[in-house]
Each structure stands twice: as structure tokens, then as C-alpha cells.
Ligand binder design. Structure first.
Ligand SMILES: C[S@@+](CC[C@H](N)C(=O)[O-])C[C@H]1O[C@@H](n2cnc3c(N)ncnc32)[C@H](O)[C@@H]1O
Length: 418
């Protein structure tokens, strides 16, 4: 091994040590090595405890940094590909994930025929996806699945990437225009989404006009809830829920987080509040065993809260809104708050500058800009959260932020102390 102390060698060593740790662990458990093959399990590397997760993450971070160093500044800038999601959009729109007659391999021509498109453009689009290891061409002219193209057929994954290509991409392209038109960036209907859709409605009023868009959004939320580190497990373990009688899950969508809490903590009652569409879907899909403890209620969170509870949970709510509107949502709780009532947020807590790897920062910053594109919302750091409560009302006592091991989201707590 080289004795050089350069960063590239240091990174190579980090990659080697941690890759060996992951590989040795998989072998010791009789699990396959990661590969792009269609039958490689999509969650192979997850759920093996903190140590293996730390090694996996170290490899991801170090390979990202090493690649950037090896590309150099020109290579880094030229690999910001503007249309990296175009082939995914085509695959989803043209429904190219299911091969005719259940075949394992199909020709480009057969796939083109299923959607009435030209073979040559389908070939170009699929070969673009193949460069990202989504599908493969095992022999010239034939298409076969990889682990990633198989995963893309999962309905929730499909919904998330459908949401990204059909809602986020057009909104992103229009975001700088929106900022030029409305520089204060506080109003939820002054966004890239508004310009892209030629509407003055906020996202949450525009989307329900079309059932396909509404149900894709609900499924995209469900995908987030099922992705490693994004599920409600962290929240379920972060708070002593059994010590509380009543919890209101404000903007709880179809109630996934509330159901997870109710399953683990058998005494607590949860009321899920949201817009009519998710409330109807949540009621219809509710696990019958939880029907006495998880109930649904239509409620606009900009209107005064009417339910007196011990805890008000807002999970992934305030990041959808600028400070001006996040404060309105928190103030609307005040009429129902009893002394000592808790407000619990389950949101990203952005790390201080330089604390996260560049790879992690890309994930967090992408989410932050997505909020800007759709709603003029934003992700916040610990200081931002504290300031939000103090700007809202000095009677909120800020209790701090915690990060639950294994969860990518933080828990932010405040107490009502009039
Ligand atoms: C990002 S989702 C989070 C959903 C859920 N809490 C979770 O963790 O998956 C935001 C939620 O806010 C709801 N919402 C938006 N505007 C609302 C309003 N004015 N009143 C009540 N709910 C609203 C949406 O319907 C959606 O369910």
C-alpha cells in the first residue's frame, strides 16, 4: 500500500476497509454480494445494524468524493447532466417495465410496439437508462431487467419517480423564473409549480383536481415512508407515546405514522387530520385492528385547532411552507393548547455547514430545493426551528432537536407554557 498521505489515497483506503467489512458481513450471513442482476435483493444492504450501515455510508461518501477528485473541476461540472430523468419519464409514461407475454428478454422493437412509439427513440431512451444500470442489453437489440429496473416496477417507487418526473421536474425548470417574478419567495402560490401549471392555486389545491396526480402524490408519500431511514420507526421510538392519552397527527395524510405509533404503543389514541382526499383514503385503508384508536378528521390546519390533545404531531408538514405560513400553522394550534401540551415535529434537521458529507448534502439540498419548487417551503436547521417557535409565540418553550439512530429525520419538540 502506498505511504502517500494524499486525500485520494486516504479515500481509497476508506473504501477498501469498509467494503471489506460489508463484504465479510454478507458472506458470514450467507447473503449474496451486491450486483446489478435482476434477482439481487433490493434491500440487501439495509437492516444489518449501525456498524454495517456506517461502513456502507462511508463507502458511498468516499466513492462520491474520490470520483469528484478524479473527474476534476471540468469533469465535475460537465457531469451535471440536465436530463438525467428523461428516460425514466419515458419508461413510466410508455409503461415499458412489463415485458409482453412475461418474457425475460424482449427486443427494442417489441417494446416500441407495446406503446406505439418509434423503435429508434425507444432504443435511445432505454440505452440512456441502461447507462444508469436501469435495464441492460445482454445481447445486441435485446432488453433485460436489472435490479434497478425491477425495483422501478414497485408501485410506490414508480409513484415517487412519476412524481419526480411529472411534478418536480417541470416545477424545477420554472423555479428561477418564479424567483425573478416573486423575489420574496414566501407565498405558496408564487412558485415554479405555479408557473409550470399555469395556476394560481397552491400545490395542495391543484393536485386534487386530478385523481391520477392526487393518488400518485399519496403513493409518493408512502414511498418516502417505506424508504430506509425515512419511515416512522424513528419517531415511534423517539417519544414516550404511552405516557400520552391523545395525539393529533396534523396533516397526517393517510395515517401511516399514526398507525405505526398505535401498533407499538397500545394505550394512545390518535386523530389524523388532513384534507378530504387523504382522509377518505386513510379511512378506507385503515387496519381494522386499529379502528378504535386511530380515527380520521377533515381539518384545514390554517383554521383554529378544535381538538384538545396532549401532543400535536406535525410530520413533514412545516417543510412544505415558508416561515410566514409555518408560523400561521403553529399559531392555529394555540386555541386548543392546554398548559404542557407538546408540539412534536418530525422533519429533517439540516446539519451545520460542513458537518454532512457532500453526498449527504446532495440528498438534503435536493429536498430543500424541492420544497422551494413546489411550495416556497424549506428545510431548516436546529437554529431555524428554534427561531420559528420563538417568532411564532414566546409561550412556546423550545425543548430542542434530537436525531434517532437509524432515522434520517429529526424530532423537534416544543412545550406550551403560557
Ligand atoms: C408532505 S405531506 C406529509 C404527510 C404525513 N404527515 C407523512 O409524514 O407522510 C404533507 C401533508 O399536508 C397535508 N396538507 C396540505 N395542506 C393542508 C391543509 N391546509 N390542511 C390540512 N392538511 C394539509 C397534505 O394533504 C399532506 O398529507
Amino acid at each position: 500500500m502506498s505511504s502517500s498521505s494524499s486525500r485520494i489515497v486516504e479515500l481509497a483506503n476508506i473504501i477498501q476497509t469498509n467494503t471489506q467489512a460489508v463484504d465479510g458481513y454478507l458472506a458470514s450471513k450467507g447473503l449474496p454480494a451486491p450486483s446489478f442482476a435482476a434477482d439481487n435483493p433490493p434491500t440487501l444492504l439495509f437492516g444489518h445494524g449501525a456498524e454495517i450501515e456506517a461502513s456502507r455510508q462511508a463507502v458511498v461518501d468516499a466513492t462520491d468524493e474520490l470520483q469528484a477528485l478524479m473527474l476534476g473541476p471540468t469533469g465535475t461540472l460537465s457531469s451535471l447532466f440536465h436530463n438525467s430523468l428523461l428516460s425514466i419519464q419515458a419508461i413510466l409514461r410508455f409503461n415499458l417495465l412489463e415485458f409482453p407475454d412475461g418474457k425475460e428478454e424482449v427486443t427494442f422493437a417489441e417494446l416500441a410496439a407495446t406503446c406505439g412509439q418509434n423503435e429508434s427513440e425507444i432504443r435511445r431512451l432505454l440505452r440512456h437508462a441502461m447507462a444508469y444500470r436501469i435495464f441492460t442489453e445482454p445481447r445486441k437489440g435485446y432488453v433485460a431487467h436489472t435490479a434497478a429496473s425491477k425495483k422501478l416496477a414497485d408501485p410506490l417507487m414508480k409513484a415517487w419517480l412519476g412524481f419526480a418526473t411529472e411534478e418536480l421536474c417541470p416545477s424545477a425548470v420554472n423555479t428561477v423564473n418564479a424567483l425573478q417574478k416573486w423575489p420574496d419567495a414566501q407565498e405558496p402560490n408564487h412558485t415554479g409549480f405555479n408557473l409550470a401549471n399555469n395556476t394560481e392555486e397552491v400545490f395542495f389545491a391543484e393536485i386534487p383536481k386530478d385523481l391520477v396526480r392526487e393518488s400518485r402524490y399519496a403513493d409518493a408519500m408512502a414511498w418516502f415512508n417505506s424508504a430506509p431511514g425515512f419511515g416512522p420507526e424513528g419517531l415511534v421510538n423517539a417519544i414516550p407515546w404511552s405516557g400520552y392519552e391523545t395525539v393529533v397527527d396534523v396533516g397526517g395524510n393517510t395515517g401511516l405514522a399514526s398507525q405505526a405509533i398505535a401498533r407499538k404503543h397500545e394505550s394512545v389514541k390518535l386523530i389524523v387530520q388532513d384534507r378530504p382526499e387523504p382522509v377518505a383514503e386513510g379511512r378506507a385503508k385503515l387496519d381494522p385492528e386499529l379502528k378504535d384508536r386511530v380515527t380520521f378528521m377533515e381539518h384545514d390546519f390554517f383554521q383554529d385547532q378544535t381538538v384538545r390533545a396532549d401532543v400535536y404531531l406535525l410530520r413533514w408538514i412545516l417543510h412544505d411552507w415558508s416561515d410566514k405560513y409555518a408560523i400561521k400553522i403553529l399559531r392555529a394550534l394555540i386555541p386548543a393548547l392546554k398548559r404542557g401540551a407538546r408540539v412534536v415535529l418530525n422533519e429533517f434537521v439540516l446539519p451545520p455547514p460542513g458537518a454532512a458529507s457532500a453526498y449527504q448534502s446532495k440528498v438534503l439540498r435536493t429536498m430543500d430545493l424541492s420544497m422551494l419548487e413546489l411550495h416556497n417551503g424549506k428545510e431548516r436547521d436546529a437554529d431555524d426551528w428554534e427561531k420559528l417557535f420563538s417568532d411564532c409565540d414566546p409561550r412556546f418553550k423550545f425543548l430542542g432537536t434530537t436525531r434517532v439512530p437509524g432515522s434520517r429525520l429529526g424530532v423537534v419538540e416544543a412545550k406550551w407554557e403560557p
